[in-house]
Design a protein around this ligand. Sequence first.
Ligand code: APR
Length: 269
Amino acid sequence: MQTKSTETTHIPLVITHQRSRLALAEYRLCQKERRLARYKNIVVLTGAGISAESGVSTFRDAGGLWEKHRIEDVATPEAFARNPDLVQDFYNQRRAQLFSVEPHSAHTALGKLEELHDGNVTIVTQNVDNLHERGGSKNIIHMHGELAKVRCTQCSSVFEWLDDCTQETVCPTCGSAPALRPHIVWFGEMPFDMDRIENLLYECDLFVSVGTSGNVYPAAGFVSAVRSYGKAHTIEVNLEPSEGATYFAETRHGLAGELLPGLVNEILD
Ligand code: APR
């Protein structure tokens, strides 16, 4: 009797418990969706991982760019001073690659977010490719520069540039040569638009980081800055936990192309 009575009372309890767990999970999901849909000022930080599914190499994954080239040889002002032809060639090859890659579902999801969101969406990207533009985003800060631009070291003019650039290429504005360099922020140089980015981080109520390993500052420090202001929800979307994963309130791990369309729909709901 005792056993039976225990069983009869125990089974409904388990079911009730499961039901209430399900209800709680649904409630939490509902709350989360409601929360995401509430945000107005959104900053999305992106890194090489968002372009990986388009076929652009990342930097620090196995087979990444920094396994094949030394940063000191191709990505510092000293490298350019020492061997400008090698550095120009490195960026010419990467610029040419822009023609063979296409934006994918993560880029277009962010384009859709900017178009349909009732608020502000800014992409702050460490990427130098143009896949966000081609995915429909307009409000983009390229903090590490752009492959599709070169800059004159003599007159500071910046040009849209899709061809190769060499030490013989003459600056279209001032006529100097050699004068043009990739419009890329090298190690040891100051990223672009930091004042504007700092304001955006202060103002945002949702900060999403996509496809960045969290190894390179200042971008690696954005999440802790945002958290210190205490106003924004923070989400990491990355293939694996980044160096800074523990700073995020929420983490979603997997392919950006699979995760971002759903995340964007939650925000737009
Ligand atoms: N979806 C989501 N995340 C991905 C995917 C994917 N399909 N593929 C790779 N990742 C993740 C990796 O797990 C890794 O954590 O993207 C991250 C890429 O990290 P890095 O290669 O270090 O690139 P990033 O963080 O953008 O590097 C920052 O370093 O060398 C400099 O100037 C360069 O802008 C670059 C900066």
